[in-house]
Design a protein around this ligand. Structure first.
Ligand code: MG
Length: 457
């Protein structure tokens, strides 16, 4: 039978005005949560995580632990969407639980975020959990040393926490407990101030877990206390005689943690900058504890609310998606419409020449529209331009289309046959000669007696 002795110390630190860390010390279940978020979000998130875990990880199994943490994630996510001042809140959560397996009792540990679980065994300190943080990713990729990560200015950027996404991956693994093992669960306010050598020194020196946790917090405060500090020391004081038998089976080297199930693959969703959250209220978080389910409960008002919240969340997401889709389609249709109708051409409509707006033949569902009818019959148009106009003579602008039609009218006019002369009286420009009106009276004819002519001799 495995049993534990526990010491827990938590402190606001020397800079913060209130403590947003939460912790859980229950029957064989221990956890630390480090909340983050504006206003009262941080303390609400960490408190919800602890309360939900306690209520929903009642069974001594790995799956129960996982479900409890995933449910805590959804509870916080739901709560964050219920009030503007809680929007964006989240929390880390690391937990240790004694679970039953076919191979006997083992310690299951689980982690989301950058709070840590250490195992102190035979004088050596080993970090069991992996930080879900930006600098840890850089360390894993070989771009940063562990020592450099410990003082990196962006070491507070976490890449996975509870409450930010509807679903979350939980790192879970197991360790065979041996008498004398010490598990340390702590928030970053501890290991940001003191290094692992100092932590190991305290755990070596102080056998009482209460004294050890208090000393760890005291040291963190002494080194600055710039964040909330929580140290939870869980000592294995009885392992049912396993240590003795395992020692023989492992050639006397039971110093390493023995994983029973593999860790889920690391999967980091978007990064969250703890430093981005500011502003805190001093009032206690408004957590509706009455509505939280009782231990072991799997139905009731709480789950109904959760289902409704999830349905509402998806309805909202689907609605937002449809709205965005409509906006994109509307913008695309507008762009096509603008392109389709930005130009003019000359064509035939109802047997007449017309200036039309749009593209000949139209584009998608944007057909051309008549801008101006020109009163020229198709039959009047000479052959060459007639074929051109029948296809749609693209002219770009309205003025260009009008110039084309004016030119066409000239062609038509020139093509008309010249009129033949007619017999109708023409007006003459030459003045008629004035008639003489003064007529001299002709002399009257008369008989004149003429004397005979005399001749001279
Ligand atoms: Mg912290």
């Amino acid at each position: 039978m495995t049993s534990f002795r526990v010491g827990m110390t938590t402190d606001t630190g020397r800079v913060r005005t209130k403590n947003e860390d939460s912790n859980l010390v229950a029957d064989n279940l221990f956890a630390v949560a480090d909340g983050m978020g504006g206003h009262q979000g941080g303390e609400v998130a960490s408190a919800l995580a602890i309360q939900t875990l306690q209520a929903h990880a009642p069974g001594p199994s790995i799956e129960s632990l996982r479900e409890g943490i995933q449910l805590a994630n959804r509870v916080i996510f739901d709560k964050a969407g219920s009030a503007e001042e809680l929007h964006g809140m989240g929390t880390t959560l690391c937990a240790v639980r004694l679970v039953d397996t076919s191979g006997g009792q083992v310690v299951a540990w689980a982690n989301v975020g950058d709070s840590r679980i250490y195992l102190f065994r035979d004088g050596e300190l080993t970090q069991l959990s992996e930080d879900h943080s930006l600098v840890q990713n850089l360390v894993r990729d070989g771009q940063l040393t562990k020592d450099a990560a410990a003082v990196h200015p962006q070491r507070n950027i976490v890449t996975r926490v509870l409450g930010i996404e509807l679903d979350v991956d939980v790192d879970i693994d197991t360790v065979i407990p041996y008498r004398g093992d010490r598990y340390l669960l702590c928030s970053d306010g501890l290991f940001d101030e003191i290094d692992e050598n100092q932590i190991a020194g305290v755990l070596r020196r102080l056998a009482d877990p209460k004294e050890a946790s208090a000393e760890l917090v005291r040291l963190a405060n002494e080194h600055g206390g710039r964040d909330n500090i929580t140290a939870l020391v869980v000592d294995v004081i009885d392992d049912g005689g396993r240590a003795e038998s395992a020692s023989a089976a492992l050639d006397g080297d039971p110093t390493k943690p023995v994983p029973i199930t593999p860790s889920p693959s690391a999967h980091d969703d978007g990064a969250v900058d703890r430093g981005a959250f500011a502003g805190r209220r001093s009032s206690l978080p408004d957590v509706d504890e009455e509505k939280l389910p009782k231990t072991g409960e799997r139905s009731g008002e709480f789950f109904d609310d959760l289902d409704r919240a999830r349905a509402k969340h998806w309805t909202w997401r689907v609605g937002a998606f449809v709205l965005v889709l409509l906006l994109v389609l509307g913008a695309a249709a507008g762009a096509v419409g603008w392109y389709a109708r930005r130009t003019y051409f000359v064509g035939f409509r109802d047997g007449e020449v017309a200036i039309l707006k749009g593209r000949p033949g139209g584009l998608l569902w944007f057909g051309p529209t008549v801008e101006q009818r020109m009163g020229i019959k198709r039959g009047e148009v000479p052959q060459a331009p007639r074929e051109e106009i029948a296809k749609g003579k693209d002219e770009g602008s309205l003025d260009a289309a009008r110039r084309y039609v004016a030119n066409l009218q000239d062609q038509i006019k020139r093509a008309r046959p010249k009129p033949t002369p007619t017999t109708r009286p023409t007006t003459t420009t030459t003045k008629p000669m004035p008639k003489t009106t003064t007529t001299r009276p002709r002399p009257k004819r008369s008989v004149t007696t003429v004397a005979p002519a005399t001749t001279k001799p």
